[in-house]
Design a protein around this ligand. Sequence first.
Ligand code: ZN
Length: 520
Amino acid sequence: MKYFYVTTPIYYVNDKPHVGHAYSTVIADCAARFKRLSGYKVFFQTGTDEHGLKIEKEADARGIAPKELADSMHIKFKELFSDLNISYDRFIRTTDADHVQTVRTAFEKLLKNGDIYLSEYEGWYCTPCETFLTEKSLSEGGKCPQCGRPASKVKEESYFLKLDKYEKKLLDFIENNSGFIKPEFRKNEVLSFVKEGLKNLSISRTSFKWGIPVPGDDNHVIYVWFDALLNYLTGLGHETYLEGRNPDFERFLESTNHIVGKDILKFHAVYWPIMLFALGLRPPKTILAHGWWLMDGAKMSKSLGNVIDPKVIVEKFGADALRYFLLSEITIGLDGDFNTGSFTVRYNSGLANDLGNLVSRTAAMLRKYADGKIPGKNAGEDAAVLNEALVLLNGLGERYDRYDFAKILEDIFRFINILNKYINDSAPWKLNINEPEDRSNLFKILKTAAVSIYYISYFIYPFMPETSGKINNMLNIKPFDLPGFSLDPGDAADYCEKLFKNGFSIAEKSEILFPRIKFE
Ligand SMILES: [Zn+2]
């Protein structure tokens, strides 16, 4: 059995979800769906980060308890992920009892091993970013280099995690594991950060209360990042693993893919592997750092009022339209621009015209010329067209491993247009169904189109699961996300041949997949 563990960052509950949250989560969902379809045992985790000063302050401002804030806000993430058809296996909250236990266990173990020690912290801290800053890294006027807000000077007793001890081990690991940080150009940023020398990390605070208390020292709460990163172990059942009752734990762990925004790469590629080293566990297989979405060229921010609410887009245009836009518009790793113009073009030309019309006119022709029946084995198929699908099938797994999503989608739509052109050029509506030669030609075209659409449905399933389901309904074929069903790309062609051998009736009616839109 092959394993695949994929995670999103856990999201802060101080504000409602925006398009950036949707993006990380859709990337992870697309990967999870492809792996499930390919027969992997998949565990997909997302969730919310509910501790820390930022949450405590936001709750104070609203006059409620931090847990109350977390309870009400985490629902908004769950709702969005449900709207977007996110197929997570667990939605973890850092206030969950098993997570609190994992954090306590890990802290105690590292304290006992001497990887955590008590000392005093004096330096700069950015509260909105929950980040300790060196004097050197502050931008002009003592501001946080990440968010531009003023950093504050703090001096307090603190527990520290030894980073320097593992510096060499981390450098070796990064250099010897080529797929560890993706895309490749981010690897050099991380390497140069580590090579500057790692200072031991303060991992507890005494100035506020909202967090997991340090075991045996209630004056301290555990630093929110130390707490948050461990969610990845909680989800896999770290406590049952320690008890020797979790045989899948290590297999999932070694197949870990963390999807993160580029702004939190350092936490995942530097602090997290060191925590794992100290715990005697292996670092993740891949950390994929994606870019940010801008709005009409500017960074989205509440104050500019240009934040895109993914919920509104889904309500207006459907989950698949948003998923398709996010995954096709930019190469993962680069920043992207969310503007209504490019959204409309991608929707109307790609989804409504190319894909939507292809499916509806094929269904219409099958009903008109073949009594709604896909012709069986005597009909013949156009090998030149179907070969294009086979070319796409080959190497799909490797391309998914590279998170080459935009390019995969580009090739799927290239195939869609090959098929559109094939239908236009062969003009089945001009053939005379009463002439034997025309009739056999006609059936060959219809069969080729139907089989190709089935391949298209397979190809788009990880990206647009709802649309894929609708196409399969139209074809009268079971959907790809039935429990236990999988179809490795290597076997898909054989499966398809058997499936279409005897011909069968399509559904009597089908809905329009993507009505054309105007977006203001
Ligand atoms: Zn900041």
